[in-house]
Design a protein around this ligand. Structure first.
Ligand SMILES: Cc1cc2nc3c(=O)[nH]c(=O)nc-3n(C[C@H](O)[C@H](O)[C@H](O)COP(=O)(O)OP(=O)(O)OC[C@H]3O[C@@H](n4cnc5c(N)ncnc54)[C@H](O)[C@@H]3O)c2cc1C
Length: 338
């Protein structure tokens, strides 16, 4: 479209769609190399799937539960831009059910969380970024050798020399389809098929439960994960908030089930997993239509030089928080190397 003009000298202003970890990482890495970056986010605040829901007395992490930092530059980046006080290690007891249904402990590993909630990290990262929240990008419109972004309220933003889309694949595909970029949209068909939904439920127990593990990957018809959110560092809950995640199959089968019924079924499954019959004193739910990618194809990131459009996000790099960082770091390095 732009006749192979993806020279760095021509790229000064960059638009980034999405303020999850991938979008904010790309923004900060490009900005420190003197590029002008604007981040657009459809929600009220940054964070994406590193999400926390306000609950009576505090908050519960209803999206990403913890993250690893095997790539040393990830911790370095977080220390520099989010600050040491916004995250820390979660020293919980982690267990899983083996194929015979017996509980075993997970090997020790450094597992990190935001403090006092998962969103603390992305709030900090977004502080020095130009972020336009409540702005859902609908399409990209070519304007001479640049892009103008149009949002769903009919506003135009730009022009920008390049665009990075960090939305999950179905939302990224909508944007490029609306922009008449049909070849690019076709490349997203397969990634869209690999995104799995997830019902999440946060359940409150006034009296602490007596359970052997703080976090459990379980074999259940309904659940695949339960964790005592109150065991994470910096949470000052009286009582315990447990976060339950339904498995992809159950979540898909119950996509349209009402929230009350979902909470009942998930709590009932939790009681079986935890071996207790205590009823929760409160419960809230959240439905993730695009939770995690099951794809084994991990190109890292995509850069379409002709169009000056980049794609980054967890789904291109293993489907986890650290993958979102790796993907954005890879794309930022690619753009800076042009
Ligand atoms: C239930 C659940 C449990 C998880 N557990 C873990 C875990 O324990 N460990 C782990 O490492 N990972 C976990 N993950 C995955 C982890 O949350 C993601 O890998 C990571 O947060 C993805 O970051 P991202 O920046 O790539 O995408 P996102 O966080 O999804 O960011 C994309 C952003 O784009 C915005 N957006 C979308 N469309 C538009 C548009 N048109 N205009 C403007 N903005 C738009 C979205 O609102 C969002 O903020 C979990 C995810 C879920 C949902």
């Amino acid at each position: 479209m732009f006749n192979q003009t993806d020279q760095m000298a021509d790229i000064r202003r960059i638009a980034i769609v999405g303020s999850g970890l991938a979008g904010l990482t790309a923004a900060l890495l490009l900005q420190r190399n003197n590029l002008e970056v604007t981040v657009f986010e459809k929600s009220r605040g940054p964070g994406g799937r590193m999400a926390a829901k306000r609950v009576p007395g505090g908050s519960a992490d209803i999206g990403a539960q913890y993250f690893t930092a095997r790539n040393p530059s990830f911790l370095e980046f977080l220390g520099q831009y989010a600050g040491e006080s916004s995250f820390g290690a979660w020293r919980g007891r982690f267990g899983y059910q083996n194929s015979e249904g017996k509980w075993e402990s997970f090997p020790d590993e450094d597992r990190y969380v935001g403090i006092p909630r998962m969103t603390a990290i992305t709030r900090k990262l977004s502080e020095t970024v130009e972020l336009r929240t409540q702005t859902r990008i609908q399409r990209l419109v070519p304007d001479a050798r640049a892009w103008v972004l149009q949002d769903t309220d009919g506003r135009s933003h730009g022009p920008f020399d390049a665009v990075i889309i960090t939305a999950p694949p179905a939302q990224a595909r909508d944007i490029v389809t609306n922009s008449q970029l049909h070849d690019l949209a076709a490349e997203l068909d397969d990634p869209v098929l690999h995104i799995q939904p997830c019902w999440a439920c946060a359940a409150y127990f006034k009296e602490p439960l007596s359970v052997s593990y703080d976090a459990m990957r379980c074999q259940s018809d309904v659940l695949y994960w339960v964790a005592n959110n109150s065991s994470k560092p910096g949470r000052e809950d009286s009582g315990q908030w447990w976060v339950l995640h339904a498995n992809p199959e159950w979540s898909r089968d119950n996509e349209h089930t009402c929230a009350e019924q979902v909470a009942d079924a998930m709590v009932c499954a939790f009681q079986q997993v935890a071996g207790c019959s205590v009823k929760p004193d409160d419960a809230v739910t959240h439905r993730w239509l695009y939770a995690k990618s099951s794809s084994t194809d991990n190109p890292g990131f995509r850069w379409f030089g002709d169009q000056r459009i980049g794609l980054a996000g967890d789904w291109l790099s293993g489907g986890r928080v650290e993958g979102a960082f790796d993907s954005a770091e890879g794309l930022a390095e690619k753009i800076l190397s042009l």
